[in-house]
Design a protein around this ligand. Sequence first.
Ligand SMILES: [Cu+2]
Length: 311
Amino acid sequence: MSSIFSNVTASAERITRLTWFMIILAAIVYVVVIALMLVAMQRNRRAPRDAVILSDPGPRWIVIGGLIMPAVVLGAVLVFSLWAMGRERVERPALTIDVTGHQWWWEANYRFADLPDQFRTANELHIPVNVPVRIALTTNDVIHSFWVPQLQGKIDVIPGDTNDIRLVVRRPGTYSGICAEFCGAEHAKMGITVVAEDSATFRDWARQQLAEAASPNDSLTGEGRQLFESGPCMLCHTVRGTSAIAQVAPDLTHVGSRMTIGAGALPNTLGNLEAWIANAQVIKPGALMPPITTFTGQQLRALATYVASLK
Ligand SMILES: [Cu+2]
C-alpha cells in the first residue's frame, strides 16, 4: 500500500498502515450499519398497516450487533494499534550515534556494530538510508530536546539518562532539526542537520571523518595552524592529529566539511568563519566561545583559512 506520509521512516510506515486499516474498517462498519437501516426501513414500508410486524425479534440482534461485533472490531483495532505503537524492532543497529546536547550545540560520537572505529563530530549527522540506526541521546548540562520533524517525534534529552531513537530512513535527503526544549539564551540557535545518503556516500563520509586532520599545504594555512595550536583555541577544541585535544567544544577535525557553523547559526564560509572566530558573541550572543580580541586581521584570516581547510 502506498504511503500517505513522506515514506521516510519505518515507524511512519506503520502509522500509515494503521491509518488505512482504521479508515477501511470504519467504512465497512458504516456501510453495514446503513444497509441494515435501509433494509429495516424498506421491509415494512409496503406492507399494509395491520401486517406490520412489531413482535420482539429476541435478543439476537443485540448480542451479535451490540456485543460481539463491536468486540471483534475494537479488538482488532486494539491489536493493530499496539503493534503500531511498539518499539522499532531493530535487534542490532548497524550504527550507533551517541549524541550529547550541549548549550548550544550537539556532540556526536559514531560507533559501528562491526568495526572498531569511532569518531567524534558535531552538529551534522550523516546516516545511511535503509539501515537501522540507533541514536542514543544524553546531555551533561540542561534538558534539551532532539527533534528532526521529518524523521522522528520530539525526544527529551535528559542529564544522567539516555533516551533512544531507532530509525530507518528510507529517502535520501538533508533534514533540518532543532532543539525543542528551552535550554537557555541561544536555544533558538541550536540546530541539527541530518544528512541521509546511500551507503557508498556514507562510507566515504565516515572514512573521511575517521582520518586525522589535513596538514596545511600553504604558508597562510600553516600560520593558521600554528596560531591555533599556540592560541586559546586548543583550550576548548580538538583537532585530531594536532596537539589540540580539549573536548569542551565542537570537534573541529573536519569542521570544513560541515554545511554550517555555530549549530546552524551561519553557512560555513571563509568570511563567516573569520567573523565567528573574531567574535562569536556578535553572531550567537551568550555562546560559550569567548570573543578573542588579540588577533590582527592577518592572523584572523590565517586562522579562518586553516579552520576552513579542515575538510
Ligand atoms: Cu537545547
